[in-house]
Design a protein around this ligand. Structure first.
Ligand SMILES: Cc1cc2nc3c(=O)[nH]c(=O)nc-3n(C[C@H](O)[C@H](O)[C@H](O)COP(=O)(O)OP(=O)(O)OC[C@H]3O[C@@H](n4cnc5c(N)ncnc54)[C@H](O)[C@@H]3O)c2cc1C
Length: 148
């Protein structure tokens, strides 16, 4: 097996094929990682969440990391790591168009809203979803190739 770096275009292609990534954030030196649904558009990774720990942490510290992969087997995989910045899209007069764009992109994916809107404390209802994007600052990718 050989491991090779991926080009920027290969990294973006892998991200655009995917639906679920791990989103990592940090607060006071403590890391936190959860799976989320996402959609890539340009150099932005759109997602949504109900209020909770990751939103609170990303508001405090917008520096985040996203990892996505496609694994066929131990010798045949691709993996992308993004460093980026959390950007919230409140539904106000300044960000309404971007807020709706995020909703439109995400609603093309079946059941995108279910895991993010079903945290235990939100099941009582009444809480509004938060739309956001991660602005890609840096992206790297590696792939494993079987030697021929
Ligand atoms: C395939 C998949 C797709 C998902 N897509 C989304 C999405 O698009 N948007 C979204 O907001 N959420 C999504 N989720 C759920 C997400 O992973 C989190 O569980 C959820 O968002 C709650 O995160 P929070 O920080 O608000 O947790 P809070 O409700 O604030 O709870 C924080 C506490 O719960 C623990 N916790 C939270 N989530 C998890 C977890 N997944 N596993 C173990 N412990 C956990 C933390 O360690 C912490 O102790 C998805 C989950 C899966 C499996």
């Amino acid at each position: 097996m050989r491991i090779a770096d991926m080009t920027m275009n290969e990294c973006l292609a892998l991200l655009s094929e995917g639906h679920v990534a791990r989103l990592a954030c940090a607060n006071a030196g403590k890391p936190y990682v959860v799976p989320v649904h996402y959609v890539l558009a340009g150099r932005r990774i759109y997602s949504f969440s109900m209020p909770g720990m990751k939103i609170s942490w990303m508001r405090d510290n917008p520096q985040v990391c996203i990892q996505h992969d496609s694994i066929k087997d131990a010798c045949n995989w691709r993996s992308v790591v993004v460093h980026g910045l959390y950007r919230e899209l409140p539904d106000n007069e300044h960000a309404h168009a971007e807020h709706m764009k995020a909703w439109e992109l995400l609603q093309r994916r079946p059941n995108w809203w279910e895991p993010g809107s079903c945290t235990p404390k939100d099941q009582a209802g009444g809480t509004k979803p938060i739309f956001y994007f991660i602005e890609i600052v840096n992206i790297t990718g590696r792939r494993a190739l079987e030697e021929s």
